[in-house]
Design a protein around this ligand. Structure first.
Ligand code: FPP
Length: 235
């Protein structure tokens, strides 16, 4: 947390796009489109209040099990968003990073991802990490495999492994752990998101559906966070 009570790092599980659409008798896809608008506002809102790191759960490894039309539509939205928002993100000083199994995404999106990272890498006002095709358990398995390889090669002793080393082998290496995790839509689960990284994170669950999420909701979550005392297990 910064001196002003603003969390240094906010992670968001953006949930409720489908229910938002259903309430209006619209297709689920419309909910995702409105959800993309809310992403734009959330990035802007976080930059305005002085959050340094924002991590968004945009597509989980489990989301590949959704109907193919919905997956294709979401891929189209990511494509559109990265192309259209690239300049605005650059101008706003946002540094965009990605975590997840990017290799599973369509080739052109992988190219776009590289371009967005390259175009924004010099920025530091807000580090925006987008979790795409991401699953925390698989991320941890990947880290364990790499450590196992090091041990096998005789480059590491098992007793040298500690918490910091495991953190360095995760995809979030270099990004501080989230101070605040927000999940919208009233669901109260982590859903395979940043399991290791959220060991001491404060959770705030909001009833608002993601497409309706506004700066006022961000402020409610930040105020709730600031009112809590974090003791990290100590007294
Ligand atoms: C969860 O709602 C949301 C998703 C699986 C996708 C999140 C994607 C966006 C917000 C759109 C674009 C994002 C970027 C970064 C451009 P759900 O579909 O599970 O909703 P439901 O639980 O109400 O069915």
């Amino acid at each position: 947390m910064t001196e002003t009570g603003i969390p240094n790092h906010i992670a968001i599980i953006m949930d409720g796009n489908g229910r938002w659409a259903k309430k209006r008798s619209l297709q689920r896809l419309r909910g995702h489109e409105k959800g993309a608008d809310a992403v734009r506002d959330a990035v802007k809102g976080c930059a305005e209040i002085g959050v340094r790191y924002l991590t968004l759960y945009a597509f989980s490894s489990e989301n590949w099990n959704r109907p193919i039309e919905e997956i294709n539509h979401l891929m189209g939205l990511f494509r559109f968003f990265f192309k259209k928002e690239m300049k605005a993100l650059c101008d706003a000083g946002v540094n965009v990073k990605f975590i997840g199994n990017i290799n599973k995404l369509p080739d052109d999106i992988q190219v776009l991802i590289k371009e967005v990272c390259e175009a924004t890498k010099g920025n530091s006002k807000l580090i925006l990490t987008i979790a795409l095709s991401y699953g925390s358990q698989s991320e941890i398995v990947g880290a364990m495999k790499s450590l196992g390889e090091k041990i096998k090669a005789g480059e590491l002793e098992p007793n040298e492994i500690d918490e910091d080393m495991i953190s360095r082998y995760l995809e979030t290496d270099g990004i501080p752990d989230p101070d605040l995790l927000i999940r919208t839509s009233g669901e109260k689960r982590l859903s395979n998101f940043l399991l290791w990284q959220c060991a001491y994170t404060e959770f705030v669950f909001l009833d608002v559906l993601w497409p309706d999420f506004q700066k006022a909701d961000l402020q409610v979550a930040v105020e709730e966070y600031a009112s809590r005392q974090r003791r990290y297990g100590a007294l």
